[in-house]
Design a protein around this ligand. Structure first.
Ligand SMILES: *Cc1c(COP(=O)(O)O)cnc(C)c1O
Length: 424
């Protein structure tokens, strides 16, 4: 598999774009590689500019549950483009998609569209602070909620502490209102709430953490979050930017039967275009401008092409039995892959069709501290082995992989055969 053209393209890109990429993980540094430059994607197959083909399990970080270049989404977008691609004036499409999202995720009584997951979480937190008139928020170590200043905070391991930013350029004063707790640790949360009585605006959580690799809840942790926020009159925000329309049509909240006050969705909801949304209880959402004092806006928000692609994607996902079949197919595959990789000390965490192979020497990780003990060099060898055999998994130990409705049983069987050849 020659990579000459991608290597030359990367040289050129680095002259004009910092690190040659517009989002850091794409640089493939942590797996000791340089980026592929992609010219085409169809179904679950990526084609790079050297004409190599790869079966994709990253799927633009979970966006393409219905496969790349899905013909139905593509046709809807092609039909929409001649009508113009942005007006800065309302369209029927925005109401249609908002209604659809609200019907599928009933806790999102009202919905506002934005352009990225980062904007959705940032706005949801501003709204939670405006509603509660409190400043502190709690996030979990290892959960990612986009790159807004106050969310680029993790406290390292151990006891929850005041936030220290994990990025240069974030004033300590911005980070100090972000309190960080280990995921799955009820005691740490009780301690934070007692130390900051009546000061916590909200807890924000990925209901299935995926941005440290997939780490499912234990012992009804999400139910506990619902209870402790209600008791303290704080809001519960589910960041479903990945899990929304991924685990079920109703997101992780339907999957686990827990209703948050506010929810963010992204990735799948834009059908491959830049769109995301936040929404929740009507009484909270009514505080947004122009009705209320919490300001939030966007030039391209509710963009008609993105709304069209989102609606077409949700149409595909609303067919009967889509998730039953997808999750069953994914679980058969993931269980077999786990068996194949177990002798190499790999544990696969999964929920539904999302999974991460952890190189932890057989230990099941339950929080970021556990995850960080992974042998990332071994993961990098696995990534490079799979890549050299035409399989593109998410290029970091700390990310999720996704099965799409377009991964056929035959294709998945081929991938298992390839995985058998990995020597460690
Ligand atoms: C991807 C992601 C975000 C950020 O979304 P962008 O569109 O990249 O800004 C936020 N939260 C979660 C859980 C995500 O997976």
């Amino acid at each position: 598999m020659g990579r000459e053209k991608s290597i030359a393209a990367f040289e050129e890109a680095q002259k004009y774009i910092p690190g040659g990429v517009n989002s850091p993980v794409r640089a493939l540094r942590s797996v000791g590689e340089t980026p592929l430059f992609i010219k085409k994607a169809e179904g679950v197959t990526l084609t790079d500019i050297d004409d190599n083909q790869y079966t994709d399990f990253c799927l633009s970080w979970g966006v393409f549950i219905a496969g790349h270049a899905n013909p139905k989404v593509q046709q809807a977008v092609i039909n929409a483009i001649p009508n113009g691609t942005s007006y800065g004036i309302p369209t029927l499409l925005e109401t249609q998609l908002a209604k659809r999202v609200s019907e599928l995720i009933p806790s999102m009584e009202q919905v506002r569209f934005v352009n990225s997951g980062t904007e959705a979480t940032m706005s949801a937190i501003r709204l939670a602070r405006g509603y509660t008139k409190r400043d502190y928020i709690i996030k979990f170590d290892g959960c990612y909620h986009g790159h807004a200043d106050h969310l680029l905070v993790s406290a390292g391991s151990g006891v929850a502490t005041c936030g220290i930013s994990s990025s240069s350029g974030v004033p300590q004063d911005f980070a100090k209102y972000t309190l960080v707790a280990p995921f799955n640790d009820k005691e740490a949360l009780r301690e934070i709430f007692s130390r900051h009585k009546d000061e916590i605006a909200a807890i924000i959580v990925e209901p299935v953490p995926c941005n440290m690799g997939v780490v499912p809840q234990q012992n009804d942790f999400l139910k506990f979050l619902r209870e402790i926020t209600t008791e303290n009159q704080s809001l519960l925000i589910f960041d479903e930017v990945i899990t929304g329309f991924r685990l079920t049509l109703g997101g992780a909240q339907k999957f686990y039967g827990i209703e948050p006050d506010l929810t963010t969705v992204g990735k799948i909801v834009g059908g491959g275009f830049p769109a995301a949304a936040f929404g929740g209880r009507r009484d909270i959402m009514q505080l947004l401008a122009p009705l209320g004092p919490v300001y939030q806006a966007g030039t391209l928000s509710g963009n008609p092409i993105a709304m069209t692609a989102g609606l077409a994607t949700l149409d595909i996902l609303s067919q009967p039995n889509v998730y039953e079949e997808l999750n069953a197919k994914a679980e058969r595959f993931i269980n077999k892959l786990a068996e194949i990789l177990r002798p190499k000390g790999v544990v696969i965490n999964h929920v539904g069709n999302m999974f991460t192979p952890f190189f932890t020497g057989g230990i099941v990780p339950h929080d970021f501290n556990d995850v960080k003990k992974s042998d990332t060099a071994a993961f990098a060898r696995f990534f490079r082995y799979m890549l050299s055999h035409g399989v593109y998994i998410s290029p970091s130990q700390f990310e999720g992989n996704f099965v799409s409705i377009q991964h056929s049983d035959a294709k998945l069987a081929e991938i298992l055969e390839i995985a058998k050849g990995f020597e460690g």
